[in-house]
Write a protein that binds this ligand. Structure first.
Ligand SMILES: Nc1nc2c(ncn2[C@@H]2O[C@H](COP(=O)(O)OP(=O)(O)O)[C@@H](O)[C@H]2O)c(=O)[nH]1
Ligand SMILES: [Mg+2]
Length: 509
């Protein structure tokens, strides 16, 4: 603008003065001065048209030197003076004014450009901000969608597991229905089976009773016939025949044993009791014999068998092992017949029993009807006068606790249905510990006894009764009749219960 103010014609009267040289180092000041002189945008064009460039060192002399450069030149009007005065131009029309306008315009343009740039930057910022907001929004939306999906999945899963649970529950219900139906059917089948079982038992009992009755009748008839045909009338002969029959049918070894003891004066002790009460085991232990022992289910001893003689306290002892009552293969009457026949024969030979051992398992939970019947018959077989020669021996103590064994033994000894009446009249109650010494100690309580005939022996031999007339047979008959009556009543009750639709097994005894 200064150039335009002066105009090119007055530039030869212009001095461009650089000052404040004290403020910069000489090197820097000179480098700057050089740049100002040589660049078109600074002083070069002006210097090229006559202007001078001087340094001022802020002294009077320096100022005077500078003034001297132009003081003596012809004065010239400045370009702006000519334009305003001579050419009467408006200030805006002058070169300086135009230059100023140009600069202002440039400046305005620069401002505008800057404003545009700012606007652009602002727009960009806004755009970026929007973008960020949009991204945030998108993120939030995505998150929301994700949450919604999760909730939806969760609810699907819940619905599925609910359906599964429902199905499982329904299956369980069906299973339960099936199980309970099967259980009902099973119970019905079990009920029917038990009814059939009861009916079978009743039928078998009836059949057994019938068989027993027929056997009894046949035996009686046979004995009566033998009695009638015998050269010497009386029962004695029939017993003799029976024993002869017995001797011919027994195995040879046993027959020798029987004949042997009947011919001698050995101490003779009979061992009696129910099947499986341990009679043969006792005989084997005490005598060293080896008779077959049963397995608790089937009886082994079919006939009376005599042990080999053995020594005890200076005496020769023989034990008579007898078949037991409640045999699975023989009726009680057959068993009685076998024992009675054998005893009668030995008595007839002049042999009396020094004692009778009655074995009873202390392990039996209770003394049932069969045990009671068996013991009653045994009592009648012996008769009261020989009770003092009876030893009741309890065994199988190893199968029960001491407390239980003691209690059972006390009950057996004190109950009038069991051993009390016999014990009261002199019988002994001893325990067997299943050893040979134990068995011998029991025998020692017998061997010094005075031998006595049993009631069945004197009935059959001395009084010449036939077996059916003996007290033992009466006791057996009586027991059988009682049993029959009991079965009849029981059967009637079961039939009535069946007619009324009641489970017969639920009836109390
Ligand atoms: N635990 C035990 N078992 C015995 C005893 N005496 C006999 N037994 C068993 O009882 C079962 C029947 O015995 P057994 O002598 O044949 O009886 P029997 O039918 O009276 O002659 C057999 O298995 C014997 O081994 C005993 O004192 N204790
Ligand atoms: Mg036996």
């Amino acid at each position: 603008m200064f150039r335009e103010l002066c105009g090119d014609t007055t530039l030869r009267n212009v001095v461009i003065v650089t000052n404040m040289w004290g403020e910069v180092s000489v090197d820097i000041g000179e480098a700057r001065e050089e740049e100002l002189k040589n660049r078109d945008i600074f002083f070069k064009p002006v210097l090229g048209k006559g202007a001078q460039m001087k340094r001022h060192d802020n002294t009077f002399d320096s100022a005077c030197t500078i003034i001297r450069c132009i003081a003596f030149k012809a004065p010239l009007p400045l370009r702006i003076q000519r334009e305003l005065v001579d050419e009467k131009k408006d200030i805006t029309e002058t070169a300086a004014g135009a230059e100023l306008g140009r600069e202002l315009h440039e400046q305005a343009m620069r401002y505008k450009a800057e404003q545009r740039q700012l606007q652009d930057e602002m727009n960009e910022a806004l755009r970026q901000k929007d973008e960020q907001a949009r991204e945030e929004l998108e993120q939030a939306t995505a998150q929301l969608n994700q949450d919604m999906m999760r909730v939806q999945n969760e609810s699907y899963r819940l619905a599925a597991s609910y359906a599964e649970e429902k199905e499982r529950f329904q299956r369980r219900m069906q299973d339960l229905e099936v199980t309970s139906r099967l259980e009902i059917e099973r119970q019905a089948a079990e009920y029917k089976r038990r009814i059939d079982e009861v009916n079978d038992t009743l039928r078998q009992t009836r059949e057994a009773e019938l068989r027993e009755k027929m056997e009894l009748a046949a035996t009686l008839q046979r004995l009566q016939q033998q009695h009638a045909e015998a050269p010497r009338p009386g029962l004695f002969a029939s017993i003799g025949t029976a024993v002869a029959l017995l001797l011919t049918t027994r195995n040879t070894a046993n027959r020798f044993a029987c004949e042997h003891i009947m011919a001698s004066n050995h101490v003779l002790i009979a061992v009696m009791g129910m099947v499986g009460s341990g009679k043969t085991s006792f005989v084997n232990l005490a005598s060293g014999s080896a008779f077959n022992v049963g397995d608790n289910l089937r009886s082994c001893t079919v006939d009376a068998q005599v042990s080999k003689p053995f020594q005890l306290d200076g005496r020769q002892i023989c034990l008579i092992d007898t078949p037991g009552f409640d045999d699975t293969t023989k009726s009680d009457f057959d068993v009685l017949n076998t024992i009675a026949t054998f005893l009668a024969q030995s008595y007839k030979q002049g042999t009396k029993l020094a004692g009778i051992i009655y074995l009873h398992r202390v392990s039996d939970v209770r003394m049932g009807g069969i045990s009671t019947r068996c013991f009653r018959m045994f009592r009648e077989l012996c008769g009261e006068t020989t009770f003092k020669n009876i030893v009741i021996v309890t065994n199988m103590w190893d199968q029960v606790s001491q407390t239980v064994g003691n209690a059972r033994e006390a009950e057996l000894a004190s109950d009038t249905l069991f051993f009390k009446p016999v014990l009261d009249k002199g019988a002994q109650l001893l325990r067997h510990n299943n050893t040979a010494d134990g068995a011998k100690n029991i025998l020692r309580r017998i061997i010094k006894n005075h031998p006595l005939p049993l009631l069945v022996q004197s009935d059959l031999v001395d009084r010449k009764l036939d077996l059916s007339g003996t007290s033992a047979a009466n006791a057996l008959n009586c027991a059988v009749n009682k049993q029959k009556e009991k079965h009849r009543i029981e059967l009637a009750r079961v039939r009535q219960a069946k007619d009324e639709g009641i489970d017969p097994l639920s009836l109390s005894n």
